[in-house]
Design a protein around this ligand. Structure first.
Ligand code: PLP
Length: 383
């Protein structure tokens, strides 16, 4: 990536690692279908197997449990739509790729709330599990994409398994940021995405613990041991493998990022009591900060940052020209005005202290133009 752009949107798409680019382009140059039995096919199959080993090593799982998909959206859909259970329980802060299929699956669905820190309500989970004797599929993410808040996956898994239910964990935003081993040790299904950990877009995986029943979403040629048909995206998967290998090392960079994040937040929070950082007091990934600047719509902030050469995201998602309020911040109890004025800063391996200094300077400049009374009159911005 050119260094003149200050890129602070790693949770949307992490800057690709050179190792991932090299592996992806080498695999793309290779002629041969991994399912073909001739030499070229066997070479392609070896590339695929190598990448499977690399992803398995990142997750600390057997290679045969890794099912490659077109990304985490497909992995999440596969986990939810392919579940044999008739009951679904999801958290209120899941990514849309869990929420949408869960609502469309035509099954009994319970949505569990979170507290003001963004952490799952364990009592509500227990009540939901006990409300019927049949096992449920429970889907709770490892780390949230908007706030970075980390969920107590070990406690969740224990409760889910005590009830005889199955635990799916969307670990997309945890990969490369926290150790996946304690999560994969307890979850039955785990979703990963290549481009969130510095690999290419369009590749991901669903890790399926042996014995976890599910129906394939895509049927055809029997690839991925019949779990997901279709000729594999060899270049994307090869890039995913290389990125997964680097992600293991990336964990060591988290001490550096947490220092940058904490310094950034401390400087902004010192300006006014109306400024908030979502989930600040909960365990969080080192790279993510969701900052509420009351009195300045998030889209205006994102555009002002863009003009200054800095890429950040709005806390609110925008699709089909419509701005939706963040369901994550809503679930955490933020009001309309706060929810509409939250931006997300997400850092990664290329982020330097100077980038954060530049961000702070632009943030302060935007803040000097914010409607300082907005926090007291949320109706003015909630329109
Ligand atoms: N899950 C989470 C938590 C995400 O942040 C995202 C992407 O933003 C996804 C799933 C979807 O991943 P993909 O882009 O690979 O479909």
């Amino acid at each position: 990536m050119a260094r003149d752009l200050i890129y602070l949107d790693y949770n949307a798409n992490a800057v690709p690692r050179p190792e991932a680019l090299a592996a992806a382009s080498a695999a793309m140059a290779h002629v041969g279908n991994p399912s073909s039995v001739h030499t070229a096919g066997r070479k392609a199959a070896a590339i695929l197997a190598g990448a499977r080993d690399q992803v398995a090593a990142l997750a600390d799982v057997p290679a045969r449990s890794v099912v490659f998909t077109s990304g985490a959206t497909e992995a999440n859909n596969m986990a939810i739509m392919g579940a044999p259970q008739q009951r679904l329980i999801i958290s209120a802060i899941e990514h849309d790729s869990v929420r949408e299929p869960a609502h469309r699956a035509g099954k009994d669905l319970v949505v569990i709330g979170v507290d003001g820190h963004g952490v799952l309500d364990m009592n509500a989970l227990e009540t939901a599990l006990n409300s019927a004797p049949e096992p449920a599929l429970v889907s709770v993410m490892a780390a949230n994409n908007e706030t970075g808040v980390i969920q107590p996956t070990a406690d969740i898994a224990r409760m889910v398994h005590d009830h005889g239910s199955v635990f799916h964990c969307d670990a997309v935003q945890a990969a490369g940021k926290i150790d996946l081993a304690p999560i994969t040790a307890v979850a039955d299904l785990i979703s990963l995405s290549a481009h969130k950990c510095s690999g290419p877009m369009g590749a991901g995986a669903l890790i399926v613990r042996a014995g976890t029943g599910r129906t394939p979403l895509i049927n055809g040629g029997g690839q991925e041991l019949g779990a997901r048909a279709g000729t594999e995206n060899l270049s994307g998967i090869a890039g995913f493998g290389a990125a997964a290998e680097m992600a293991l090392y990336e964990l060591r960079d988290m001490t550096r990022l947490v220092e940058l994040r904490d310094a950034l937040e401390a400087e902004l929070l010192a300006l006014s009591a109306d400024i908030a950082v979502a989930g600040r007091d909960a365990p969080r990934t080192a790279n993510t900060s969701c900052i509420v600047m009351p009195g300045m719509p998030a889209e205006t902030q994102v555009m002002a940052f863009d003009l200054a050469g800095i890429a950040v995201s709005a806390g609110a998602a925008c699709s089909s020209g419509k701005i939706h309020q963040s369901h994550v911040l809503k679930a955490m109890g933020f009001d309309d005005a706060q929810t509409r004025s939250a931006i997300r800063v997400s850092m990664g391996w290329q982020t330097k202290p100077q980038d954060i200094e530049a961000f702070i300077a632009v943030w302060k400049d935007i803040y000097s133009r914010a409607d300082k009374g907005a926090a007291a009159k949320p109706e003015m911005v909630s329109g």
